[in-house]
Design a protein around this ligand. Structure first.
Ligand code: CP
Length: 301
């Protein structure tokens, strides 16, 4: 039976830990030709740098072949072909589809249409589960554990799909959370209800400095212009929270700063040289984690 990764909820705690183990194995030995003869479709209906290229790098390193597009305007969708037909037909050409789409729910729908597994590479403001797995791998590598950590999430918690997926995943590991955002971009109620149901502690604040010295991870996010229908509102909140080097003086020695990237203004460039900045190494972890996801879903590892 095919297994897709549409939401991080599709993986149990044990499966998440298995992905961590596989990613570490691929990091130690990245050139394993275990996808020889496999074709993977990379379908990006929305722009991407890291997710698309790290998936394609992962496939290439594993000896597989990539087909696909980074712009749907070059496909027959521009002639009026439906999303349903597009996915159904492409699933005849490949062994797996990695897909990013601007609409929430598009990946779930694709998983119902396609004959092959779907990996959701981000659907609107909903979920970004492969990012979450690489975030977890980054947290595991830097903290030595996923258990019992204090995670601060900052920025666009309303539309930030990486935030939504990550807090769901961290709920397996007894995390506590501090959410820092403008009121307009606060975490949606359903995610707060989810944490309450799981018995996990969280606080919401607009004061970035209040808990910064107590956290193990600062997870920064970009305020995403493309999610706003009212650009005046975007202008009002876009620079609400900027992390600066001077704010890190009394943070925990082992605290690390993560960001799914791209960054706009929310991390000042003077943070980049601080050993607590981990967001560039985090992108490399994406290749190993995506190798792990693909091989796990294809039963190749
Ligand atoms: N983190 C992330 O999804 O980056 P891209 O949009 O560049 O893929």
């Amino acid at each position: 039976m095919k297994k897709s990764l549409v939401s991080i909820g599709d993986f149990s705690k044990e499966e998440i830990l298995k992905i961590m183990e596989l990613a570490a194995d691929f990091e130690a030995n990245p050139n394993q030709r275990i996808l020889l003869g496999k074709v993977i479709a990379s379908l990006f209906f929305e722009p991407s740098t890291r997710t698309r290229l790290s998936f394609e790098s992962a496939i290439n390193r594993l000896g597989g072949r990539v087909i696909g597009f980074s712009e749907a305007s070059n496909t027959s969708i521009s002639k009026g072909e439906t999303f349903h037909d597009t996915i159904s037909i492409i699933s005849n050409y490949c062994d797996m589809i990695v897909m990013r789409h601007y609409l929430e729910g598009a990946a779930r729908y694709a998983s119902e249409v396609a004959k092959v597994p779907i990996v959701n590479a981000g659907d609107g403001a909903n979920q970004h589960p492969s990012q979450t797995l690489l975030d977890l791998y980054s947290i595991m590598k830097t903290q030595g554990t996923l258990e019992g950590l204090h995670i601060m999430m900052v920025g666009d918690l309303k539309y930030g799909r990486t935030v939504h997926s990550l807090l769901q995943a961290m709920s397996h590991f007894g995390a506590r959370f501090t959410f820092v955002s403008p009121v307009e971009l606060a975490l949606p109620r359903e995610y707060k209800e989810f944490l309450t149901e799981k018995g996990l502690q969280f606080v919401e604040t607009q004061d970035f400095n209040k808990y910064i010295n107590d956290v193990d991870i600062i997870y920064m996010t970009r305020v995403q212009r493309e999610r706003f229908s009212d650009l005046m509102e975007y202008e009002r909140v876009k620079n609400a929270y900027i992390l600066r080097n001077s704010m890190l003086d009394n943070t925990k020695d082992n605290m690390r700063i993560l960001h799914p990237l791209p960054r706009v203004n929310e991390i000042a460039t003077d943070v980049d040289a601080n050993p607590k900045a981990y967001y560039f190494q985090q992108t490399e972890n994406g290749v190993y984690t995506r190798m792990a996801i693909i091989t796990y879903l294809l039963g190749a590892k």
